[in-house]
Design a protein around this ligand. Sequence first.
Ligand code: ADP
Ligand code: MG
Length: 141
Amino acid sequence: MASETVHRSDIGAFARRFAETIQPGDIHLLIGPLGAGKTTFVREIARVLDADAMVSSPTFTIVNEYDIALRGERMPLRHVDLYRLEGVDAVHTIGLMDMLADRGVSFIEWGERLKPLVSSYIEITIDIVSDDARRFTVERH
Ligand code: ADP
Ligand code: MG
């Protein structure tokens, strides 16, 4: 388990380093309260991976998909926000599990709800340290 405190001004550099660890197919579950910086982090990851469009908050749309470059190969980056999705059944209704099994890379806000449904994932916990800093804890399962 790796833990790191990231200042507001270092988010881009942190995202760049994190992006180097991403493998195609990785599923990232983002865990942290409202305002922790989950959306900000995914936006930075998309940016450093040369996304074709800027990631906007997907809270009302559940899934936003972007075309990224990962080590020279273009693939989808899915930004999912389960905040407004009610019940585990809804995860199946929107076809999320099939989507995650597809090629590409996924980041899921409020992702703790998927833990029982995925066999392998990267858990990213974001804690608010102060107005200007967040602690990121990354754990591979
Ligand atoms: P969430 O998606 O977890 O609800 P957001 O990404 O919308 O959170 O971010 C909420 C606020 O936290 C924003 O104002 C953003 O500027 C700030 N923020 C995000 N990441 C950091 C960070 N690493 N350090 C300091 N502030 C941050
Ligand atoms: Mg958010």
